[in-house]
Write a protein that binds this ligand. Structure first.
Ligand code: G6P
Length: 477
């Protein structure tokens, strides 16, 4: 079987739900391609030009599906920056159940511990039907990878969307080297056991179909092994790996000094304004997807606490909160976004004055504006309930112009690498978070500068290129 793959098969393959490009269908019938960024994109570019690597991903919307219809799923390299991409046209109902139903409403919730357990989850007939779609969706990926892989190729499967792929692919192509990478935390055993036993085992076995199941930190890898021991009874050895992902310093430094970012710094400064002495107001920045696990609501409550408890800060500080739309098909995400919006309005109504808007909330995604905020922030607030790594915590110190104090949740993976120079908080403790914000705002400039330097060094120790090449080397070893 393998030999029929030799001639054209790729030697490296990546699989992820969201690919490096997405399409929108314009009114005139043309397709507009939009390229994404992120660690995988720059990691993959590290294997160099002229590579035969293939990236397999799912069509996510109508534009993507139209692109698949027109190209047969082998996308135009002009749209992808030269990367060979195979986009799978999975039926929308199947993809919807797998992505919204299982991946984002069950698996994401388990690993981030987001369930309101008195009422949810409940695993009945609807869940079982969605699970069948999750299996079908994983099978579509496994079959596409099996088709496109050359003999002995290395396949890097990404995240909780595709937990069953390694096992399925192993059965189709025993010759392949397969890695799975979880970009999320992994649930503690007792929480993972909320899942029906057969499903929990199927997930673990699916991932163990890989030669290596990899995680962003030791903590998540240990949790995964504990689940395997408990649910699979320690059958065989669980091969895990840990590969931290750092900020892409070269890209960020170059990108954050382009003209569009400069323009946005001007716009932000205008909105932030100056205090009574004419000095620019202090700025607390956060940048997130509007994501339940990011803890945006408690961040706003902490800022309100700061203004309530320490009236000195009124008129002198602004909280710049960028909360970009995410997973809006899910009602719970829509109402979370509404809550964020309401709370920002309440704080502005309670404390705002003619010349001062305490919370500047922006809900439309704008990468250049995010970089502008990184550059001018005095304080970055990164307070997730739980987070696989959190790259904002790593990007800010790299980009910061004048030094930025970092208030960081101990539940973010980044805490393991940045904990020493951050002000560390329990993300549920609003009082402590408000206190940390105060300390961050009053930190002497020299200390803030020193800490920022050390944070930037730690944050860039493992650039995406190394993250990717290390995994490849380990797989091939
Ligand atoms: C997390 C996940 C990624 C996912 C991203 C955005 O970082 O680990 O796999 O792509 O969130 O979420 P979305 O549902 O929009 O792809």
């Amino acid at each position: 079987m393998a030999s029929e793959h030799d001639a054209h098969g790729a030697s490296v393959l990546v699989a992820s739900n969201r690919g490096p490009v997405s399409y929108t269908l314009r009114d005139d019938g043309a397709l507009a391609a939009r390229r994404g960024g992120g660690g995988l994109v720059s990691g993959l570019s590290a294997i160099g030009p002229g590579t035969d690597a293939v990236w397999v991903c799912a069509a996510l919307g109508d534009g993507d599906r139209e692109a698949v219809r027109r190209t047969g799923g082998r996308l135009d390299p002009d749209d992808t920056g030269g990367q060979r991409v195979r986009m799978l046209g999975i039926p929308p109902e199947v993809h919807g159940d797998a992505y919204n139903g299982i991946a984002n409403s069950v698996l994401w919730f388990v690993h981030h511990m987001l369930f309101q357990t008195p009422v949810e989850p409940s695993f009945g007939a609807e869940f079982r039907a969605q699970w069948a779609s999750y299996e079908a969706y994983n099978r579509a990926f496994a079959e596409a990878l099996a088709d496109d892989a050359g003999e002995g190729a290395a396949v890097l499967v990404q995240d909780y969307h595709l937990a069953l792929v390694p096992g399925m692919l192993r059965a189709l192509r025993p010759d392949l080297r397969i890695g799975h990478f979880s970009h999320t935390p992994w649930a503690p055993v007792d929480y993972f056991k909320l899942l029906p036993d057969d499903i929990a085992r199927q997930l673990l076995r699916g991932m163990l179909g890989a030669d290596r199941a990899c995680f962003l930190t030791r903590r998540w890898a240990d949790a995964f092994r504990a689940c395997c021991d408990e649910l699979l009874g320690g059958t065989g050895e669980t091969r895990t790996g840990v590969h931290g992902l750092g900020a892409d310093a070269d890209f960020l430094r170059e990108r954050s000094h382009r003209a569009d970012v400069g323009e946005r710094i001007g716009m932000l400064r205008e909105q932030i304004g100056t205090d009574a002495s004419g000095a620019p107001r202090r700025t607390i920045v956060r940048v997130d997807r509007t994501e339940l696990s990011k803890n945006i609501v408690r961040g706003l409550l902490a800022f309100r606490g700061l203004l309530a408890e320490r009236p000195d800060w009124r008129e002198r500080v602004v909280h710049v909160a960028f909360a970009y739309p995410s997973r809006q098909d899910l009602a719970v995400y829509r109402s979370y976004m509404e809550r964020v919006r309401q709370l920002a309005d309440e704080i502005n109504a309670e404390f705002g004055t003619d010349g001062w808007t305490p919370v500047l909330l922006h809900l439309e995604d704008d990468f250049a504006r995010s970089l502008a905020a990184y550059r001018i922030a005095d304080v970055a607030l990164v307070n997730p309930i739980r987070d696989g790594m959190n790259l904002v915590a790593k990007e800010v110190p790299v980009v910061s112009d004048g030094g930025c104090a970092l208030v960081l949740s101990r539940e973010a993976g980044a805490y393991e690498e940045l904990g020493e120079d951050a002000l560390v908080v329990n993300p549920y403790d609003i009082t402590a978070t408000a206190q940390a914000l105060h300390e961050a705002l009053t930190m002497p400039d020299s200390e803030r500068g020193e800490r920022t330097k050390r944070l930037a060094a730690a944050a860039t120790a493992l650039p995406p290129s190394r993250w990717f090449l290390d995994q490849l080397a380990e797989l091939r070893a």
